[in-house]
Design a protein around this ligand. Sequence first.
Ligand code: ZN
Length: 188
Amino acid sequence: MEMLLKSIKRQADEESLHKALQAKDGEEVCVTFPAEKKQNTMMSGSPEKPDHISGAELRNGRTYIVRVKKWMTEDKMDFNRSWNNGKGMPFRVMYGRVLKETRGMVYMDLRVRRLRTDYCMKCGRLLTHPVSRLYGLGPECGGHYHINPFETKEQLEEAIERIDETLGAIRWSGWIAKSGIEYASEVK
Ligand SMILES: [Zn+2]
């Protein structure tokens, strides 16, 4: 028992753990675990914003940036097969307007916009390289493979322009399960 409690010491609330360690055998104990601090997953790279809302809060006619769960991007996923002709979302972070709404789903017309992010907008992976963070895309998804080819500011701006052009051409319209949305923020 003590071993077990000690092994979970790291995550547990100290005070409740201390009490539990003093309990007699057979006595009921209660160990509380403080809520884990969630790592920041916001698109802007800033700490989690208070204007984050859940999928259930999306409303018809409004425009949002949405971050979806990975399965919303998978063509073979049952949901996409049933509702989107087997075409999943091309990016995990997209923005656009809600055109229709049902109890459990929203129909959205979506585009991609380059955002400074900590996470790849396409696959959701954590970004570490400054160039990747500037693009909001990982080395594979952005096709830059961690090479910084820029010697001048002009070259960098040119590269960003190209990225924006590529991203600007990407569109996706379809049904998104409200439960498939990790979070959204309204664009006003
Ligand atoms: Zn990626």
